[in-house]
Design a protein around this ligand. Sequence first.
Ligand code: FPP
Ligand code: MG
Length: 397
Amino acid sequence: MACSSRALARLEKIWTSKLRVLPSGVATAQQRRRAASWGGIPGAVANSTLSAVHLSPVSVSSDPSPIHIPDTPVEPHKLVESDIQDLAKDIRKELGGRHVELCDVAAYYFDGQGKAIRPLISILMARAINAHLNGGDSFIKTSQRQLALVSEMIHTATLVHDDVIDTSDTRRGKPSVNALFGQKKAIIGGDYILAKAGAMVARLNNDEVTQILAQVLEDLVQGEFMQMGANDGTSERFTHYIGKTFNKTASLMAYSCKGVAILGGSDESLAEMAFQYGKHVGIAFQLIDDLLDFVSSTQTMGKPAAADLQLGLATAPVLYAAQKHPQLNELIERRFSKPGDVQKALDCVHNSDGLEQTKFLAQKYCLEAVHYANTLIDSSYQKALINITEKVLNRSK
Ligand code: FPP
Ligand code: MG
């Protein structure tokens, strides 16, 4: 199971110093395995500020054989069906206002077709925490469910803005909000969702939760900017990627889990456990998302395949593939901008173990999430939190 963070920090230091003596991108197979086991890759510098904050100390193992996530025959969606079923409807109600078209733009993605993974995790965490604190009684507070709604609203607002930035024409198999209403209305619609979410947070009347959600917004914006940043410096690339992944994806999951824990009356260490669970699941979720971009068809994902490469983004599968194919580094630096670059990068990824390594890293993060969930008392909700990690790893869209 998990090592103590001090032991992990020591191991990170040891491996970083060992890796540093090698020319960038060169490492023994053993070093490569060990580096992958804590989330780094050869040449990655693990002691930057970002890594201290965000590079998760996933559990250390020198054996990269398949990881087993404990079997929990609990169906998370079924378990919280009554909390989730009216989620989109309730959000649309919150989005009501004077201007009909603005409400239509804002409500467009709340059609019940999304994965709703953030509210699902938040609600499971809320009920698991409540059971933990109240002798097994796993009720949910209205404020906790409201926070689950807020997490989906923040997520959706970022998607609306993201589709403008990425000039996406489709999302979830239908025309994107910007394709339908135009760029300007989409941007304002995203702002409107955020404004409504902000008002809901204010109504929770909890300063700590308000601060947490402000942090999420900052992280999201920082993450998007990190993604736009320069792609040079091979050695820092993976650290930067994991940091960006935390900001763009895991922060919202981590802080939503922490928020519901605080609203449930958790002390600092229990709230931290909730945060860590959400963070590890969130990073794993994005790793699998980045993997699926290489293996899923447009039809399955509801958006163009290899979209990340087309946008100039180097995600985990490419970064791992660059270890075997160093010629990829040049393409990464120029963001796959020359004709033929995208195809070349695709070929390199498929002709390397980049996808396997990405999956393996996601498994490590999930295993760590399981470790955190296991610190809660046994309940069907706690088991469902474990089951979620399976779903995150094995999803196909
Ligand atoms: C999806 O990324 C985008 C995000 C998870 C975050 C985007 C953040 C912003 C646009 C910053 C603005 C922030 C706020 C608070 C409105 P993706 O392009 O990898 O996913 P996709 O393939 O689903 O489009
Ligand atoms: Mg996008």
